[in-house]
Design a binder for this molecule. Structure first.
Ligand code: 0O2
Length: 219
């Protein structure tokens, strides 16, 4: 891998990139853990099932820069690659996705740079996920660097589907046979149906428990 050093938003070397984006990921993970605990305290349930955080590999960064016609420089990485740091938040129900997105956008030090709502508008392939590009401040000894993090929020079922689709996409280099593409579209419909049914069941359970609690209070 060849990375030319030039000045990119005060981030000058690959070592600095690693340090700063790793710090941004840690910040986001901590923020999410705190929000989840607070949500548990107030609403008595966790909207977040689990979180995966990853740094994009240098090879994938260079590939992405090349694909988009940019030279492999630190400056170009910082400016044009939005997912050097990525966090994936997996939740149980579709409604949790929007709750989590709202909680993130209400954090005072987080700036939402872009949103792609593939939940309301799924891709033709069947892909569903809520994507946000945010910046989070990383406080160094002598400066603060607002650092981009890609946040993907999806349900367990959507994540299961996306993992298999991703594997198939790579296996066939983006050109899977039609019967496989159609199979995936059919599975995506089942995933949407499953998510809708699970949400409706959960809402029913909540309503029953709330009615039970109200009855107890009235006795
Ligand atoms: P990889 O190899 O997974 O990292 P941007 O990142 O904003 O410059 P893009 O593609 O316009 O580029 O953004 P988008 O649509 O928000 O997609 C960002 C990431 O979401 C992708 O990163 C994938 O990880 C994931 N993604 C998007 N579409 C699909 C899809 O149809 N199927 C699956 N399985 N994942 C998807 P990369 O860098 O494209 O790929």
């Amino acid at each position: 891998m060849e990375l030319k050093a030039d000045v990119g938003d005060g981030i000058d070397t690959w070592k600095e990139v690693t340090l700063i984006y790793n710090a941004a990921l840690k910040q986001m993970e901590t923020k999410m853990a705190i929000l989840n605990e607070e949500f548990q305290h107030v609403h008595r349930y966790n909207p977040i099932e689990h979180i995966k955080a990853r740094m994009k590999s240098p090879e994938s960064i260079v590939k992405k820069l090349k694909r988009n016609g940019y030279e492999s420089t630190i400056d170009n990485m910082v400016k044009h690659v939005n997912d050097i740091a990525g966090i994936r938040i997996i939740c149980s129900f579709t409604s949790d996705i929007f709750t989590i997105a709202q909680m993130i956008s209400e954090q005072q030090d987080i700036k939402v740079v872009a949103v792609k709502d593939y939940i309301t508008y799924p891709k033709a392939s069947g892909y569903k996920s809520y994507h946000m590009i945010v910046t989070v401040p990383v406080y160094l000894s002598n400066r603060t660097v607002d650092t981009k993090v890609e946040v993907q929020i999806r349900t367990v079922a959507m994540d299961f589907w996306a993992s298999l689709e991703h594997k198939i996409h790579y296996k066939f280099e983006g050109d899977a046979p039609d019967h496989i593409k159609n199979g995936l579209i059919a599975c995506a419909r089942m995933v949407s149906d499953l998510d809708a049914r699970m949400l409706s069941l959960n809402e029913e359970i909540i309503a029953i428990s709330q009615a039970g609690e109200a009855e107890k209070e009235n006795k």
